[in-house]
Design a protein around this ligand. Structure first.
Ligand SMILES: C[S@@+](CC[C@H](N)C(=O)[O-])C[C@H]1O[C@@H](n2cnc3c(N)ncnc32)[C@H](O)[C@@H]1O
Length: 263
């Protein structure tokens, strides 16, 4: 990554230390060390008002809890925009919220592609809500995508943001040492991943499937895909229903159609 093409993902948060610690761990650390992407936790408090650095206030019309102020968040986003030369197309703003679109592998792929294609400095900012959330006027002015981790409430947007970042970064070229990992992972081909086994061969009388020990790669690949289809049928029938057979060999399309007819 050179300065003319710097790609960064930033978490705007009231808890920069623990977030930065995770951004500097494992695969995310490796991606930064390789110069593929820059990952930062930005302290929202540094944009706060008065000497107390306030970032929140009570909601108009009453209601429990506090809301994050639009003016404070706006200053933080103006600063992020300045970092990409003031070009709005080089900045994406994401807000994790229970009302957002579900976070899916497809959404992660869309953002990974956006990052890869950019030939100018670019930044994706994840605005981590806290308290009861953020002032609606901030969302309408800045937010490009509202995404949800699921139909449940967590205390803040940090964990959803970190999930999204982790999922995006592992898709960026050069991050994973074995490129097959992304292709074979659950969801990438519209199916759940096949079951896997390591040593010992015999665990409390349960043996590893024979086909995985024989070394016949064609047979192993067939077993993996077949098991993947059966597991998806059992765990995620919605994915079997939605699958159009794209990318599958002929025999697997026939099996897919048979499974679909049983739903
Ligand atoms: C306690 S929650 C606020 C929930 C909000 N009052 C509501 O009912 O929708 C605080 C913050 O956590 C984040 N959050 C909570 N649950 C989430 C979820 N399921 N997906 C994504 N973000 C979530 C959001 O950023 C939110 O602003």
């Amino acid at each position: 990554m050179n300065e003319n093409n710097k790609k960064s993902l930033e978490v705007l948060t009231l808890f920069p230390e623990p977030v930065q610690a995770l951004l500097n761990s494992s695969i995310l650390r490796r991606a930064q060390a390789k110069g593929i992407v820059d990952l930062q936790a930005k302290d929202l408090r540094s944009f706060g008002l008065t000497k107390h650095r306030n970032v929140d206030d009570t909601p108009f019309g009453g209601g429990p809890g506090m809301l994050m102020r639009a003016d404070v968040l706006n200053t933080a986003l103006e600063s992020a925009l300045a970092e990409v030369g003031g070009v709005r197309e080089n900045l994406k703003v994401l807000y994790p919220t229970p009302r957002g679109v579900p976070l899916t592998q497809g959404l992660c792929e869309t953002f990974a592609e956006w990052i890869v294609k950019k030939d100018q400095p670019s930044k994706v900012v994840f605005v981590s809500g806290r308290y009861e959330g953020v002032d609606e006027r901030f969302i309408s002015k800045w937010v490009d995508v509202e995404f949800s981790l699921g139909d449940f409430i967590v205390t803040g947007g940090e964990l959803p943001s970190l999930c999204f970042i982790d999922a995006i970064v592992r898709l960026l070229p050069g991050v994973l040492s074995d490129v097959r990992s992304n292709v074979l992972e659950s969801f990438s081909n519209g199916l759940i991943e096949y079951p896997q086994f390591t040593k010992p061969r015999d665990f409390l009388g349960k043996e590893v499937p024979e086909v995985l020990l024989e070394g016949n790669h064609a047979k192993m690949d067939e077993w993996k895909l077949k098991t993947s289809l059966f597991l998806t049928f059992a765990f995620r029938p919605d994915m079997i229903r939605a699958h159009n057979g794209e990318g599958l060999p002929k025999w697997a399309v026939a099996l897919l159609q048979d499974l679909q007819s049983r739903l």
